[in-house]
Design a protein around this ligand. Structure first.
Ligand code: ADP
Ligand code: MG
Length: 701
């Protein structure tokens, strides 16, 4: 007999030929025995539960009924041909309908016999019915059917069905598969871990998830497999973290020097919050340790991350290194550049801006300054990771991102010096803890959980079209007080043209309401040349315009403390974290600020919840949690590149406790045995060696 394993190509499975193998590959991404094994049911039908006919209704997904087939008759011609039966129990009757296999059914179904039927109830012509029900003669065997009460349901596409790979078909393959490799399945976790967490053995869990005996066994199997999923992600992340610490010596920043002190004592226009001080201290400690810093700084909008980044970069400059700050968009890079220049007051350190729109000539100058070391700090976009950009001695990198940079891109920056630079990642909005642990599990995490003193919480209100005049009046009041206003329109890729029209119509209304020369309006949208955008931005920043009309390009980072009103048009079309980001553009000065969410009248349940959440709270961490619950991790930016999406069973929204438990267990393992050298950890070491062939254990020691 041939020997099978999880890496055997799927075409070798009994019942799968070349054509079915192709369909499995194209429709479900199943290439091997192992892939099929991990193709789990998405739900189970409880076959212990029976319904009476008078309990059925059209909203049920499926139901099982015991009754008698009392009549059977073929109706219609040609394409309209169908077989119709009457089915009856002690509470009523219903219709059963078949459009296919009519000849065969007529031969096998017995009028007068008792059946168990199973299918989706529906209502047709006011008559309860079921189309293509599964029919099983009701006999004593079914009466005693205790085991195999939970029937797995696998997702099926039309194409799969064509190859008889509907749920039943897949179930048959799973049975054949388990039969052929059950002996080869091995435990993945060290025994002491499985024991400590009372986990079902892996081979048994894999059988049970496809063929559960009962609810309890199924629950244990799912728990076990979730544990595995999370465990091996954490194992890799924490191994990387360990590897970074031990393999990569970091530049040691021995001194806190003149520039840092000069900035802190003479230029800093405010005193740092306790949280900012704490995070700067953490960074100082990391950079003095001789190991490479890899840290994520999380902080709510407006918590003052920029100044923390700047002070870290000055630390690098004081120690003879260069530093750079990379932002996800051109406008944000510009903003950072401007605010850093302003904070430094033209002294202390030299700063330049490098983006895609910097001219060749200027670029050459910047390149030269970078290479001869006269440039201390470089701010920019992706342009920074281009190959032509070479530093004399890059020691510190800040990535200000909206989780847009993947692990790969981070790695590219490391290679900009022999010893990799310290790496600080800042998120634009808070990320839920579970996501942070999974997306950034290889980093240390600092949290700026305090806003600068004197900030008044932003007041948020939600208005419908009927409130538009009120909103205009409100804007006028604020502008009269000397404040400035943002109005933001959504921009959705599929209909950029429509959105632009929308924005222009809005502008016309505004110009009538806010006529020159009393009011000046800046306009910024995605289709404008960068130069024009910049010009318009600058007018607003300098206070020459009172109203900034924009699409979401202003989303991240824009900092105009005098702006006190954020109006968001069609707010129902924005996601929660976007709304929160936008709102964060106001409330940056000492004045009371406002956010007005304008929406249409007809709102879906989720849009309503989003707007309600915005009105209820200003807390970015709370908003991030709601966002995760609404959208799931898959839709939250950046997760695509992270492998988080490979989670088949574990759910970062609901499995927080399990994730924490798993992560702690992995930390415990590495603390006790960093090289996974002990006999009891052999499975883990083998796993890492197998999945990351480049890993070199010697380097860790
Ligand atoms: P974010 O964390 O959203 O990037 P910024 O770094 O842009 O926040 O800071 C928001 C605003 O708060 C800026 O105008 C900044 O100058 C100001 N700021 C930062 N820290 C403090 C502080 N400790 N006290 C007062 N204002 C501060
Ligand atoms: Mg910022």
């Amino acid at each position: 007999m041939a020997s099978f394993s999880t890496i055997t190509p799927i075409e070798y499975l009994k019942g799968v030929g070349p054509s079915r193998a192709d369909v499995l590959k194209s429709e479900l991404g199943i290439h091997t025995f192992g892939d099929l094994l991990k193709h789990y049911p998405f739900r189970y039908i409880d076959r212990t539960q029976y319904y009476k006919i008078n309990q059925l209704h059209a909203d049920m997904i499926a139901a099982q009924v015991i009754g008698r087939l009392v009549h059977l008759e073929e109706l219609g011609e040609r394409r309209g041909k169908r077989l119709v039966g009457r089915f009856q129990d002690d509470t009523g009757t219903m219709e059963l309908v078949w459009f296919q296999s009519i000849g065969w059914l007529k031969k096998t179904l017995q009028v007068g016999a008792a059946y168990v039927i199973y299918g989706k109830p529906g209502v047709f012509n006011n008559q309860l019915s079921m189309t293509h029900p599964e029919m099983e003669v009701y006999n004593s065997r079914i009466k005693q059917r205790g085991n195999m009460s939970l029937q797995p349901v696998y997702s099926a596409t039309e194409k799969l069905k064509k190859f008889a790979l509907d749920s039943r078909g897949i179930q048959k393959l799973q049975a054949a598969l388990l039969e052929s490799i059950i002996g080869q399945l091995e435990e993945s976790l060290p025994d002491y871990v499985a024991r400590k967490y009372h986990l079902m053995p892996l081979p048994r869990a894999l059988v049970a998830i496809h063929f559960p005996r009962d609810q309890q066994e199924l629950a244990q199997a799912i728990h076990r497999l979730k544990f595995d999923e999370l465990f091996f992600i954490q194992l890799k992340l924490l191994k990387n973290k360990l590897l970074n610490i031990q393999k990569f010596k970091g530049h040691r920043f021995d001194i806190v020097g003149n520039r840092f002190h000069a900035f802190y004592n003479e230029h800093l226009p405010f005193s740092l919050t306790g949280a900012q001080k704490r995070v700067v201290k953490e960074i100082r400690k990391d950079t003095a340790s001789g190991a490479q810093l890899n840290r994520l700084v999380q902080g709510d909008v407006g918590s003052g991350k920029t100044v923390v980044a700047l002070m870290s970069m000055l630390l690098a400059v004081d120690n003879g290194f260069q530093a750079c700050l990379m932002a996800p968009t051109e406008i944000l890079a510009q903003q950072h550049y401007q605010s850093i220049k302003k904070l430094l007051g033209g002294q202390i350190a030299s700063v330049q801006l490098l983006t895609g729109s910097v001219s060749k000539k200027d670029r050459r100058v910047i390149h030269a300054q970078l290479e001869d070391g006269t440039l201390d700090i470089l701010v920019g976009t992706h342009a920074l990771i281009e190959d032509g950009v070479r530093f004399k001695n890059l020691g510190f990198v800040v990535i200000d991102e909206q989780h847009r940079f993947g692990v790969e891109q981070r790695a590219k920056l490391w290679r900009k010096n022999h010893t990799p630079p310290h790496m600080l990642v800042m998120t634009a909005t808070p990320i839920p803890r579970t996501l942070a642990m999974t997306l950034y599990g290889d980093l240390d995490i600092s949290v700026i959980d305090e806003l600068p003193a004197g900030r008044k919480p932003i007041k948020t209100l939600h208005l419908y079209e009927s409130g538009r005049l009120r909103m205009f009046g409100f804007m006028k009041d604020e502008i009269t007080k000397g404040r400035q206003v943002y109005i933001v329109y959504p921009l959705i890729k599929e209909s950029e043209k429509m959105d632009l029209l929308h924005l222009e119509a809005g502008l016309d209304a505004l110009r009538t309401e806010f006529p020159l020369p009393h009011y000046h309006i800046s306009i910024v949208h995605g289709k404008m040349p960068v130069k024009d955008k910049d010009f318009e931005m600058q007018r607003f920043i300098k206070g020459e315009t009172q109203i900034m009309v924009a699409t979401t390009v202003i989303e991240v980072g824009v900092d105009v403390p005098n702006a006190s009103v954020m109006v968001i048009e069609n707010a129902e079309r924005f996601g929660l974290s976007q709304l929160h980001q936008l709102r964060g553009r106001v409330g940056r000065g000492a004045e009371q600020s406002y956010c007005i969410l304008m929406s249409g009248g007809k709102l879906g349940k989720e849009s309503k919840l989003r707007l309600e959440t915005m009105v209820r709270t200003n807390d970015g961490f709370e908003i991030a949690e709601v966002d995760l619950k609404l959208r799931g991790p898959g839709d939250i930016g950046g997760t695509q590149q992270s492998g988080v999406l490979d989670l088949k069973l574990a759910d970062l929204t609901t499995d927080q406790t399990l994730l924490t438990e798993v992560r702690n267990s992995v930390i415990g393992i590495f603390t006790a045995d960093p090289l996974l050298a002990s006999a009891e950890n052999v499975r883990l070491r083998e796993y890492l060696t197998r999945t990351e062939p480049g890993i070199s254990w010697e380097k860790i020691s």
